[in-house]
Design a protein around this ligand. Structure first.
Ligand SMILES: Cc1cc2nc3c(=O)[nH]c(=O)nc-3n(C[C@H](O)[C@H](O)[C@H](O)COP(=O)(O)O)c2cc1C
Length: 346
């Protein structure tokens, strides 16, 4: 924000008045904090301090940068503001303390997964060859979760052209969907075919990709210009670390109760093993009903009422999301719970 040096804002020393600088700093902090907060979180200033460092003359610019406003519990946030003059000298430095209240946080903004995907319910219906068809994917997404297209299933089992199948889903629901990308490189033909599938999915508006088997780097790079999100299936920490080195935005922790390629660890052991990696972790395996879904979600956090999770901690390890753990409430969905994955966000 800028403030012009006019007679009305000057003091008896012909420089900009201390209170005008304080107003400017407070307003800059408010703009930055309120824009940075998730939708529905309210903020109010509870404290303010300012140091005057140089006579303020000419056009002044107040700058405030905020990060880590992933607020799910009531908390205070200190926003620093620097006011500089046209020479670039800092004429004042202020700190505004904001109390952030998430009690009216939108459900869809409560969890990193739902925020990243723009969905209401922290639940993914995993891809299944040969079960995933367009109608199933559409039904899951229409219900508020995220259905995931299995392209090989769509093409080779249901005989649909991939683009036509994606458009069929779009006719049923305009909610976000995902696509499964098998990234094994056993042949050049398979790899090039997957490249084409990803390009078609991007052209048809898909922004969420679930990778498995191999290094997800090419998928991350290919979808990045479209702001695509990539979650990677993992069964052990070493694969998670490889996935993160490949730039993925989240992990799907495939436990020993999962259908398809089950991992060697129990859901609890795998969750513990993946703690501290700083990205959302989705629990996959053995979730067959609403109670199981709720149980999987509770595993991440001590039991609580429907109030926002108090155990959420800030992680330094991550860029796109800074929260480590969150509880997620169970929601009834209208599709078969088979192959469902409950999001537990670290
Ligand atoms: C019949 C079946 C087929 C599957 N096919 C795939 C697949 O093609 N790609 C994939 O990434 N995961 C596949 N999976 C794994 C699921 O996406 C999901 O991770 C897993 O089923 C979760 O465990 P659950 O079945 O206990 O819910 C499959 C699972 C099943 C049961």
């Amino acid at each position: 924000m800028t403030l012009r040096d006019r007679r009305r804002v000057r003091n008896h020393l012909a420089s900009v008045h201390a209170m005008a600088l304080a107003n400017l700093a407070e307003m800059a902090s408010g703009l930055a904090v309120l824009v940075g907060l998730p939708p529905g979180v309210q903020g109010i200033v509870t404290g303010f301090s300012i140091s005057y460092l140089k006579k303020a003359r000419g056009l002044l610019t107040a700058e405030c940068r905020v990060s880590g406003l992933d607020v799910t519990t009531e908390q205070e946030y200190e926003a620093g503001v620097a006011i500089t003059d046209v020479q670039g000298d800092v004429v004042a430095h202020a700190t505004a303390r904001w109390r952030c209240d998430p009690s009216r946080l939108d459900e869809s903004a409560r969890y990193p997964l739902t925020r990243q995907l723009g969905v209401e319910v922290p639940l993914i219906c995993g891809a299944m060859y040969p079960c995933s068809n367009a109608e199933l994917v559409a039904a899951v997404s229409a219900a508020g979760g995220t259905g995931v297209v299995q392209p090989l299933s769509m093409i080779y089992v249901y005989g649909q052209d991939l683009r036509d199948g994606l458009r069929l889903i779009r006719r049923i629901t305009d909610k976000p969907i995902g696509m499964n990308v098998l990234i094994e490189r056993s042949s050049k033909f398979y790899l090039e075919r997957m490249h084409r599938y990803v390009d078609i999915a991007l052209e048809e508006g898909v922004r969420f990709f679930v990778t498995s088997l191999g290094n997800p780097r090419w998928v991350v790079d290919r979808v990045a210009p479209a702001a695509g999100i990539v979650y990677h299936d993992v069964t052990e920490r070493k694969w998670a670390e490889k996935g993160l080195a490949g730039g993925v935005h989240g992990l799907i922790a495939v436990n020993n109760r999962a259908g398809g390629h089950a991992g060697p660890r129990s859901a609890e052991a795998l969750y513990e093993e993946l703690a501290g990696l700083g990205v959302p972790v989705v629990c996959a395996g053995g979730i067959g009903d609403e109670a199981g879904f709720a149980r999987a979600l509770r595993m991440a956090t001590p039991a609580r009422s429907s109030a926002p999770d108090s155990s959420r901690r800030t992680s330094a390890a991550r860029t796109t999301t800074t929260s480590r753990r969150s509880s997620v409430r169970a929601r009834r969905t209208s599709f078969s719970p088979s192959a469902s994955r409950a999001c537990r966000c670290p």
